[in-house]
Design a protein around this ligand. Structure first.
Ligand code: NAD
Length: 495
C-alpha cells in the first residue's frame, strides 16, 4: 500500500500540458486547443489536456489501422503479445503510486480505494489477458471425412474504447487488455474530466514494447471525439462504459456509419436486499454502507436501493446509520478518508438535485443531503440516506451516481423480487440471508448481471461483469470478454 509520505510528494508533482498519444508519441491537437483539468479536491486547475476533434480521431484511427495492417502486433505470435503485455503489467505495478495519486487528483476517489481499484486492478487485468492469450485455440469442426472445417479466431481490427471517469484505469484495462491480447489495435477516448491516467498508461505500454499505433489515446469532449469515434467508418467495434443516453447514441452512430459492433456497459439502480435472517446485521450494515458510499456512490454496481424486511427494519436502520456516520468524508489523498470527493462540481449539483426531488416527493431524509467541506473549494457530499422511498419516486427509478441511498421495506420474498426487478436496469444486486434455499431462489429470480450473496461487490477478474435490460449487454472481465474482441472465420477445405 502507498504511504502518506509518498502521496504528499506526488500530490505536488507538476503535470503541465498533456498532448494526445498517437502513433507512439505525444502530439498536439490539430486545433492546438486544450482543456483545463480541475481537481475536485480543491476546485483548482492543475493540468491541461489536448482538446481533440474529429481530425485527431481520424489520425489515431489511421495510425491504428496502419499498425493493424503491418501485422507486427496483430499477426504476431500470441507468445510475443503475452511477453509485451506482461511487461506492461509490471510497469503499471511499478508506477502504481504515481498512477494512483494522479488519478485521485483528477477524479477525487479516496486513495485507499483508488490504489487497489485503479493501477493494481489494471495491472492484474493486463496480466490476466496476457496469460490467457496463448491458451486460446481454434477449432476443428465435426464434419464428414471428405472435408476439413477449421474455425479460426482472428482479431477484429481497430477497436474504439470509451470509458467513464469513476475508474478510468480499471474500466479502461477491462477493454484495452483483452482487445490488445487478441491482436487488435485500439483508440481510447478517455472521459474529459479524468484523462490523465489513461494517457500515462499508453506511455507505459509503449515503454513495454507495444509497437507504435497499436494503442492510441485521444482526449477531448465526449460529444466531439466520442462521436467521431462512434461514427468513424474504419472502426470495427466500440467498447463503451458510461451512461444510457450516450450508449443509445453509440448504437445510432453505428447504424449511421459502418454497422460497427457496439458493446455497452451502462448504469444501474442495484437492489441490496436484507432478509430478516441475514447472518450478521451489523456486518451487513457496514458492507451495505460501503457498497453505496465508497467513491461517493460513483460506482456502477453501487447498491443504491436498499430493501429491508420489516421484521428487522428498525434494528438494521440503526446499524446502517451508525456505519454511515463512521465514514470519514475528506481529502481523498488522506489515507484516513473513507470517502473522497465527488468527481466534479457539476456532478455534485446533479446529486443535490436528486436530494431536492426526493424530499419534494415525500421521502424522509435520515442523514446527509448536503454539500460538505466547502472551505476546501472542492466537491464533497455527505453520505445521504432516504427512507419511505416509494416505487414511483425518482430516487427508486433513476440512477444518481452519487452517495444517495433510497431505503424501502418489504414483507415477503415475492415482494422483494418484485421491487428488485422493477427498474429499467439490471446490473448488480445482493441478497443477505442465512437460508441457502432463499439465496438460490433469489439468484434465479433477480434480473441482474450479478447477484451477490452475503457480501457486496469485490468480484475479481475471473467472473464476468455486465448487465441485462437497460444496463447494457456484452461482458467485461473473465475469458468471456476475450470473445468480444475475436472474430470467427471458417475454412471449408475439400480433402
Ligand atoms: P457518460 O455516458 O456521460 O460518459 C462516458 C464516456 O462517454 C465519456 O468518456 C464521455 O466523454 C463519452 N461521451 C459523452 N458523450 C458522448 C457522445 N455523444 N458520443 C460518444 N461518447 C460520448 O458517463 P459518465 O458520466 O462518464 O459515467 C457515469 C455513467 O457510467 C453512469 O451511468 C454509470 O453507471 C456508468 N458506469 C457503468 C459501469 C458498468 O460497468 N456498467 C461502470 C462505471 C460507470
Amino acid at each position: 500500500m502507498i504511504s502518506q509520505n509518498a502521496i504528499e510528494t506526488l500530490r505536488k508533482t507538476e503535470i503541465g500540458a498533456q498532448g494526445l498519444f498517437i502513433d507512439g508519441v505525444q502530439v498536439e491537437a490539430t486545433s492546438g486547443a486544450s482543456l483545463p483539468v480541475t481537481s475536485p479536491i480543491d476546485g483548482r486547475p492543475f493540468a491541461s489536456i489536448a482538446d481533440g476533434n474529429a481530425a485527431d480521431i481520424d489520425r489515431a484511427v489511421k495510425s491504428a489501422r496502419k499498425a493493424f495492417e503491418k501485422g507486427s502486433w496483430s499477426r504476431a505470435a500470441p507468445a510475443f503479445r503475452k511477453k509485451v503485455l506482461t511487461k506492461f503489467a509490471e510497469l503499471v505495478e511499478k508506477h502504481a503510486d504515481e498512477l494512483a495519486v494522479l488519478g485521485v487528483r483528477d477524479n477525487g476517489t479516496e486513495i485507499g480505494m483508488a490504489y487497489k481499484a485503479e493501477p493494481l486492478s489494471a495491472a492484474g487485468t493486463i496480466r490476466y489477458y496476457a496469460e490467457a492469450i496463448d491458451k486460446v485455440y481454434g477449432e476443428i469442426a465435426p464434419t464428414a471425412e471428405n472435408v476439413l472445417g477449421l474455425i479460426h479466431k482472428e482479431p477484429l481490427g481497430v477497436v474504439g474504447v470509451i470509458v467513464p471517469w469513476n475508474f478510468p484505469l480499471m474500466i479502461g484495462a477491462w477493454k484495452i487488455a483483452p482487445a490488445l491480447a487478441a491482436g487488435n489495435c485500439v483508440v481510447v477516448k478517455p472521459p474529459e474530466i479524468a484523462s490523465l491516467t489513461l494517457l500515462r498508461l499508453a506511455e507505459l505500454a509503449s515503454e513495454a514494447g507495444l509497437p507504435a499505433g497499436v494503442l492510441n489515446v485521444v482526449t477531448g469532449l465526449g460529444a466531439v471525439t466520442g462521436e467521431a469515434l462512434g461514427l468513424h467508418m474504419d472502426v470495427d467495434a466500440i467498447a463503451f462504459t458510461g451512461s444510457g443516453p450516450v450508449g443509445r447514441r453509440l448504437l445510432e452512430y453505428s447504424a449511421r456509419s459502418n454497422l460497427k459492433r457496439v458493446f455497452l456497459e451502462l448504469g444501474g439502480k442495484s437492489p441490496n436486499i436484507v432478509f430478516a435472517d441475514a447472518p450478521d446485521l451489523k456486518q451487513t450494515a457496514v458492507v451495505s454502507a460501503n457498497g453505496i458510499f465508497r467513491n461517493s456512490g460513483q460506482v456502477c454496481v453501487a447498491g443504491s436501493r436498499l430493501l429491508v424486511q420489516s421484521a428487522v427494519y428498525d434494528r438494521f436502520m440503526d446499524e446502517l446509520l451508525s456505519a454511515t456516520m463512521r465514514l470519514k468524508v475528506g481529502d481523498p489523498l488522506d489515507l484516513t478518508s473513507d470517502v473522497g470527493a465527488v468527481s466534479s462540481a457539476e456532478q455534485l449539483d446533479k446529486n443535490l438535485g436528486f436530494v431536492a426531488r426526493a424530499t419534494e416527493e415525500g421521502a424522509r431524509l435520515v442523514t446527509g443531503g448536503q454539500r460538505m467541506l466547502t472551505e476546501t473549494g472542492g466537491s464533497y457530499m455527505a453520505p445521504t440516506i432516504f427512507e419511505n422511498v416509494m416505487q414511483d419516486m425518482q430516487l427508486a427509478r433513476e440512477e444518481v451516481f452519487g452517495p444517495v441511498l433510497g431505503v424501502m421495506r418489504f414483507e415477503t420474498e415475492e415482494e422483494a423480487v418484485r421491487l428488485a426487478n422493477s427498474t429499467i436496469y439490471g446490473l448488480a444486486s445482493a441478497v443477505w440471508t442465512a437460508n441457502l434455499s432463499t439465496a438460490h431462489r433469489m439468484v434465479r429470480a433477480i434480473n441482474a448481471g450479478v447477484v451477490h450473496v452475503n457480501t457486496y461487490g469485490g468480484a475479481d477478474i475471473t467472473v464476468p461483469l455486465g448487465g441485462v435490460k437497460q444496463s447494457g449487454f456484452g461482458r467485461d472481465k473473465s475469458l468471456h470478454a476475450l470473445e468480444k474482441y475475436l472474430e470467427l472465420k471458417a475454412a471449408w477445405i475439400a480433402l
